[in-house]
Design a protein around this ligand. Structure first.
Ligand code: FMN
Length: 178
């Protein structure tokens, strides 16, 4: 027998992950970083990514102003750090220092890459039409980096309230879809 799922819990099942970190740097301010799991692919090439950044977040103003950011994909070993980063704000915390993150220079954007992450994506805001309505930015990835030392790393996928699934068993099925 099926039971009713409260609508406020829907996101816990649809949210695809992986949980990512989004870095920004506005003007002369220190770089900032936030945790983000509401994102999705929109196109292959150039890679377009839609993401929702709450208007109350310090990162929102920086992203809207600079129109650029880095999406960094952390390994599962960083789960506690990722949660901590998403539970405080760059308004009053230097998160790169507090969480011992290594900022690395990017090629196309001012926001830093994160040395501890598996993959870093340098992104430009391609479309901001949905920002006022949904806080949704369409980002274009203009340069991507991977960390060969973290080739075997697992990613984490948010299920709400500090619960994460760690990427696991892989199965391969013949498919025409890339
Ligand atoms: C697992 C997790 C996922 C999150 N996903 C999002 C998200 O997709 N969008 C968002 O706006 N905030 C998300 N947050 C909350 C922000 O990371 C949080 O509000 C953060 O304090 C913002 O930092 P800032 O004020 O320095 O920008 C998430 C937090 C956690 C812990």
């Amino acid at each position: 027998m099926l039971t009713t799922l409260p609508l406020e819990r829907v996101y816990q099942f649809i949210e695809p992950g992986p949980v990512v970190l989004l870095t920004t740097q506005a003007g002369g301010a220190k770089p900032n970083v936030m945790t983000m799991s509401w994102h999705m692919m929109v196109d292959f090439e150039p890679p377009l990514v839609a993401c929702v950044v709450g208007a109350g977040n310090h990162s929102f103003a920086a992203l809207r102003k600079t129109r650029q950011c880095v999406i960094a994909i952390p390994p599962s070993t960083m789960a506690k750090t990722v949660t901590g980063i998403g539970n405080c704000t760059g308004r009053d915390t230097d998160k790169f220092a507090s969480f011992n993150l290594t900022p690395l220079p990017a090629g196309h954007v001012v926001a830093p890459l994160i040395g501890e992450c598996v993959v870093n994506l340098e992104c430009l805001v391609r479309d901001a039409h949905l920002v006022n309505r949904y806080n949704m930015f369409i980002l274009e990835c203009v340069q991507a980096w991977q960390n060969p030392e973290l080739d075997d790393a697992r990613t984490i996928h948010h299920q709400g309230y500090g619960r994460f699934a760690v990427d696991g068993k892989i199965i391969e099925i013949k498919s025409k879809m890339r």
